[in-house]
Design a protein around this ligand. Structure first.
Ligand code: SF4
Length: 616
């Protein structure tokens, strides 16, 4: 019999169970005979004590998250860390940092004191974004109470050389799992469980320990071959913990569901020697791309909804699979449950795919828009163009489509005046749609930019200097960390992108101003009269405008709901000829009712009654 504790420490989103803990617990219970596994969602308890609103405000900011447990881990650095906290504009103003640390310290101590740690042989920490200092704090406190148990760290923050550096810097960690956790954790549990176990487990790809001979390269990992072979994640511990909270702290959680691991967007960059998006390091943990079958996903959703009595589901994939997504979402819709779904998609998803998602209950999609300059999209190897991005933004504006959430990356190394100029021009066409969130580029360990910085004009890369406020110098000397910083035109980039930041602020103001009120209409919409079309344009701080298109003008406008080349348009409306079509298209672009990129045209208004209702 072996007892294993799995911990997820603050600061993941409190309103959903940890998919890492759920998946690992289920796998261990299936694979290791006689095992007992406790999954401790430490973050839920801390959130309950701190108050959900305050917890949330800290948890969405990495430096705030790391600062709190940094101060608990190194109390002698409280003043330095407090200064870091006070320089973050997003920090909560009340209560103060010292008070937050006091409350979190007391709640954390109570959690530690409430368990018999000597009853476990192995304690595993899932360490993802913002969880490093909290995991280290709990590892140290658990180690003090049970010096002989084995402590293992895994998760995205421990991948490759990051994990190896933790082994050097933090003596409380016995093992690191780099990459997927299932197989190496089961290997460790079997080793711990075997009577008269050797001092160290047999070597395995993806498992590092301080006494290993380094013969297994950091980039190797052990993966299960197919995701359908995995057992259903076990979220019982989270729901039991939630039930044990005072009734006023109860809420309806979201269920995390994983359809795939890795990312299928692996197209080589036309400019540099890498695959996928240049800024992205989300797939450090996975080698290749694997997805569950449609049948498995639908049955998982059905089981979760019925077992836990919840309808909100977050797909945890870095990118939802797109092949067969129409049939997948049609199958989900056929479950007949009013699910509320969230997922991440590329900007190339078609209207049919979006419509299938919408009818299955996809309420929000995080879309990889990233830029409104085709030159910049090429530099980051997004594989999209502005006209495709605008088409996606417009489609999501319709009443029956998922709401779009998306970023606009500024200050990407190597971006120039031309990219900014193009962005500003195109922003004027994007104004009817939900504003993008400005996100300044940050350098992530393992991203293509980090791997080949010189190609992007970067001179030197190093750990982000804010880490040196958290960790003492002797620890910093050996650490390699997730958030990196660099030398190379940072200030120039910041100056360059100021006009875009200003334009996005104005866009946000106009958009929210026009969407005040419960039943606000899209800013740019059309109503179809059969042989004529009325386009309604709502304008901020100005009179609204209407435009009527008749006959072939109407038909061309509807034809260009999907971006069309001049040749396609002329081919379709051959009777008119280019000399008649082009002046119409140019006039529509002039009025910002259509967008042109090169030879392609896109209509910007959405059907007032929604795409699905229009087609019904
Ligand atoms: S940003 Fe998204 S699409 Fe691009 S490589 Fe990362 S996961 Fe894939």
């Amino acid at each position: 019999m072996v007892s294993v504790a799995l911990l997820s420490t603050p600061w993941p989103l409190f309103n959903r169970p940890s998919i890492q803990l759920g998946a690992l617990k289920a796998f261990l219970r299936r694979e290791v005979r006689g095992i007992f596994v406790d999954a401790h969602h430490v973050y839920l308890g801390i959130a309950g004590t701190l108050g959900y609103d305050l917890y949330n405000r800290i948890s969405v900011r990495t430096w705030l998250s790391e600062a709190v447990y940094g101060a608990l881990l190194y109390p002698e650095r409280q003043d330095i860390i407090s200064r870091l906290w006070h320089k973050r504009p997003s920090r909560p103003r009340k209560p103060g940092f010292d008070e937050i640390c006091r409350v979190v310290r007391e709640a954390s101590k109570a959690f530690i004191a409430g368990r018999d740690w000597k009853a476990y042989q192995l304690v595993g920490f899932s360490v993802c974004f913002g969880q490093l200092t909290s995991a280290l704090y709990f590892a140290r406190k658990i180690r003090e109470r049970a010096p002989s148990l084995k402590i293992v760290f895994g998760g995205s923050s421990c991948a490759g050389d990051l994990g190896r550096s933790f082994l050097r810097a933090f003596p409380d960690i016995d093992f690191i799992i780099s990459g997927e956790g299932e197989e190496p954790l089961a290997h460790l549990a079997r080793w711990v469980a075997s009577p008269g176990a050797s001092d160290l487990p047999a070597p395995m790809a993806g498992l590092f320990f301080s006494g290993d001979d380094g013969s297994i390269p950091s980039e190797k990992s052990s993966q299960v071959p197919g995701l359908d072979d995995l057992p259903l994640p076990d979220y019982e511990d989270y729901f039991r913990q939630l039930d044990s909270l005072a009734p006023r702290k109860h809420f309806f959680p979201e269920i995390p569901v994983e359809i795939s691991r890795g990312c299928w967007w692996r197209k080589p960059s036309p400019l540099y020697h890498h695959r996928g998006c240049a800024f992205c390091n989300l797939n450090l943990q996975w080698k290749g791309y694997r997805a569950k079958s449609r049948k498995r996903i639908i049955s998982e959703l059905k089981t979760f909804a019925e077992r836990y009595r919840v309808l909100s589901v977050s797909f945890m994939d870095n990118l939802l699979p797109m092949d067969q997504s129409v049939t997948l979402f049609q199958g989900i819709a056929q479950l007949g449950k009013d699910l509320r779904l969230f997922g991440e998609i590329r900007g190339t998803a078609s209207l049919a795919e979006l419509a299938a998602m919408g009818s299955a209950g996809m309420a929000e999609v995080q879309v990889g828009i990233e830029a409104l300059s085709t030159g910049l999209l090429r530099k980051i190897n997004k594989g999209t163009t502005v006209i495709e991005n605008l088409e996606m933004m417009r489609n999501c504006e319709a009443s029956d489509m998922p709401t779009l959430l998306a970023n606009l990356i500024t200050q990407f190394p190597g971006s120039d005046e031309k990219d900014v100029e193009e962005t500003l021009i195109n922003l004027a066409f994007a104004r009817p749609f939900r504003p993008l969130k400005v996100v300044p580029f940050w350098l992530g360990y393992g991203s293509p930019v980090w791997n080949a910085p010189a190609r992007f004009g970067i001179k030197k890369v190093y750990n982000h200097p804010l880490y040196s406020r958290l960790f003492p110098p002797q620890v910093m000397g050996t650490l390699l960390l997730m958030i990196q910083d660099y030398r190379g035109s940072l200030k120039a980039q910041d100056r360059l992108w100021q006009p875009v930041k200003k334009a996005v602020k104005a866009w946000e103001k106009a958009y929210s101003g026009l969407h005040r009120g419960a039943k606000s209409r899209p800013i740019l919409s059309y109503s179809d009269g059969g042989d004529f079309l009325i386009i309604s344009e709502r304008r901020y701080a100005s009179e609204d405008m209407n435009h009527r298109l008749k006959g072939s003008s109407r038909e061309i406008y509807l034809f260009c709901e999907h971006a069309r080349s001049t040749a396609e348009i002329v081919g379709r409306f051959g009777g008119l000829g280019e000399e008649k079509v082009l002046p119409f298209l140019n006039m529509m672009v002039e009025k910002k009712l259509m967008f042109r990129e090169g030879e392609r045209y896109l209509s910007l208004a959405v059907p007032l009654r929604g795409y699905m209702r229009r087609r019904a």
